[in-house]
Ligand binder design. Structure first.
Ligand code: SF4
Ligand code: SF4
Length: 108
């Protein structure tokens, strides 16, 4: 399912030549509406849930919805980026939360 942008958290990556979610999307699906300065998915049906935009957003404004066929209502999966780690926060349909932390490939 395409990502959902929290309009209260999105600041349009103000000051950057290109927003982080636009820069990250391999399908060129993300855009920032110049009237509202908020991001949106241009072609939701083309999104393949790679979560690149979710991980790249500096304000944590993008949420990936888990398709109901996989997770049912209330289930969610959220990546939290660290400097050289990624933590996946998983919530199942009963609200049970688990986290998995891995080193990523952005080590410097
Ligand atoms: S990366 Fe986040 S803050 Fe920046 S435009 Fe996209 S959704 Fe908004
Ligand atoms: S999840 Fe991946 S394909 Fe879908 S909008 Fe985000 S970056 Fe693009």
């Amino acid at each position: 399912m395409p990502p959902r942008v929290n309009l209260n958290k999105c600041n349009g990556c103000e000051g950057l030549p290109e927003s982080k979610c636009e820069e990250a999307c391999p399908g060129d699906l993300m855009a920032v509406d110049p009237r509202t300065n908020k991001a949106y998915v241009r072609f939701a049906g083309d999104c393949w849930d790679c979560m690149s935009c979710t991980k790249a957003c500096p304000t944590k404004a993008i949420e990936t919805r888990v398709p109901y066929q996989i997770g049912y209502h209330k289930a969610s999966l959220k990546p939290i980026m660290g400097s050289n780690t990624i933590t996946w926060k998983c919530v199942d349909i009963n609200g049970k939360e688990e986290t998995y932390k891995y080193r990523n490939r952005m080590d410097k």
